[in-house]
Design a protein around this ligand. Structure first.
Ligand code: ATP
Ligand code: MG
Length: 448
């Protein structure tokens, strides 16, 4: 037996003291059985929603299905967690493959557990006893994801469960049991009935998980990827092997391996890493005489696909923009002969705030292609990125202003002021003049 955290045990005790049954259930019980940290506890009870709201002062309706949320405080003003209490349910009939036709309140815990998706999510405990009719504890021990009941029936009731299976496998490093895996393959096309918002939420969780690359391969091998990112699916089998060129993987495998190597935990950076060469499938060309394969303009075509993907997956504006920038400009050159201005142009395009993410993508790209993590060139480039940022980027970064120009030259505001500042900036930018106030003030005298 394991101990529940006091906050969770208190909720159960409170409901039991009022004469109701109450159990913790779902992901947090599963995580606790595994001995890993967890949050967002879920509870199930025979108390009706209205009663739960009355019993807990910090509770509120969390969705339209009668789930009640409870804010959990830890001394501070802001809640540190939200727990959810749901009244026993028995859901029957999913004619649209998404929502139960009618939510029916169940009368028993057993009934409630029977409508849950996987055995590992159908373990209930009140802190004293464990109720586990589907042997979820055994499956946790065996690291196995298995549906409650007949896999095909349960997955066709609600196709989001297919995504949840892959997501939980990626988060926990579990296997999907054979019948369940087969049923995901058979029912994958039902994913078209699920909204892209919900698919995106699961995809983000897969990307942010400890095993994102295995998750994406599972999506591919079950056929789910076809309905989420067909552009990525098309990259598998696209050869990049040209004579004398070093390419060990096809495009799709390279993208998955780059994702595996990505050091950023940010799902958007990971998505950009996974999709950075997506334009290679439609731009693949092979010269029959030389055998040379090219992907002319692949980053431009890729960027167009990225916009479509962002819309399809209903990404937020901010996420779409970052995804676009990281993929559109991922091919920046790293060359010791680059001028400072060329490096500054790269920084301006990518944006200072995205630079470290772009470097994460580059390192992942290298590792995912079988190269070493870095090279002296890349290290030198990183150093120069820092150096050029210390230097001014625009006229407004100069150590002197228009006021100085007007005062020294004794002129009123007019085009001459801009001309002088631009002339100074050109020299500072090219490195022939130092951005030092005293030096620049003297230099202004020359324009008299
Ligand atoms: P996480 O909190 O990390 O998303 P979780 O397993 O707790 O993982 P929730 O979405 O919080 O998932 O759902 C809580 C529980 O509700 C699940 O563990 C499962 O028992 C049940 N559940 C959630 N979604 C479904 C579904 N689509 N079909 C059947 N049961 C579900
Ligand atoms: Mg949960």
């Amino acid at each position: 037996m394991f101990t529940l955290p006091t906050t969770a045990q208190n909720i159960i005790n409170t409901l039991q003291n009022k004469g109701f049954e109450a159990y913790a259930v779902g992901g947090s019980v599963r995580d606790t059985v595994m001995g890993i940290p967890t949050f967002g506890w879920d509870f199930t009870t025979n108390a009706p929603p209205q009663m739960i709201l009355e019993i807990f002062p910090d509770s509120f309706y969390d969705n339209s299905f009668g789930t009640v949320g409870i804010k959990i405080y830890d001394g501070a003003d802001k809640p540190v967690d939200i727990y959810e209490i749901t009244t026993y349910r028995s859901e029957k009939g999913y004619s649209d493959f998404r929502h139960p036709d009618k939510i029916q309140w169940g009368t028993t815990l057993k009934e409630d557990l029977s409508r849950r998706d996987f055995t590992i999510n159908a373990i209930a405990t009140d802190g004293r006893t464990i109720v586990d009719p589907y042997h979820g504890m055994d499956d946790v021990r065996e690291k196995m994801i298995r549906t409650v009941g007949v896999a095909r029936d349960r997955l066709s009731e609600d196709a989001l469960r297919c995504m949840r299976a892959v997501r939980i496998a990626s988060q926990l490093g579990f296997m999907i049991e054979g019948d369940t895996l087969g049923a995901i393959r058979e029912t994958s096309s039902l994913l078209t009935k699920i909204s892209f918002e919900r698919i995106r939420d699961e995809l983000y969780k897969i990307l942010a998980s400890p095993h994102p690359a295995d998750g994406v391969l599972l999506l591919k091998n079950t056929g789910l990827l076809h309905y989420i990112l067909p552009e990525l699916e098309a990259c598998f089998g696209i050869s990049q092997k040209s004579p004398k060129r070093h390419h060990i993987y096809d495009v799709g495998t390279h993208l998955v391996e780059a994702l595996r190597a990505c050091k950023s935990g940010d799902p958007v950076v990971r998505l950009a890493t996974l999709l950075h060469d997506i334009g290679k499938a439609p731009t693949w060309r092979k010269d029959e005489t030389t055998g040379i394969i090219t992907f002319y303009n692949h980053e431009i075509i890729g960027a167009r696909l990225i916009k479509e993907i962002s819309q399809r997956l209903r990404l937020s504006r901010k996420d779409s923009q970052r995804l676009y920038i990281l993929t559109r400009w991922h091919q920046f050159t790293v060359d010791e002969r680059q001028t400072d201005s060329a490096i500054r142009r790269i920084i301006r395009r990518i944006g200072k705030e995205n630079l470290s993410n772009m470097l994460d993508l580059r390192v992942a790209d290298r590792l995912g292609g079988g190269a070493r993590e870095t090279s002296w060139r890349l290290e030198l480039f990183k150093q120069r990125l820092e150096e050029v940022q210390i230097q001014p980027f625009s006229v407004s970064d100069l150590a002197v202003s228009g006021h100085d120009v007007m005062e020294i030259l004794n002129v009123t505001p007019g085009p001459i002021v801009g001309k002088v500042l631009n002339a100074l900036f050109a020299q500072v930018d090219s490195g022939t003049l130092q951005n030092d106030r005293e030096i620049l003030l003297k230099k202004i005298e020359d324009f008299k």
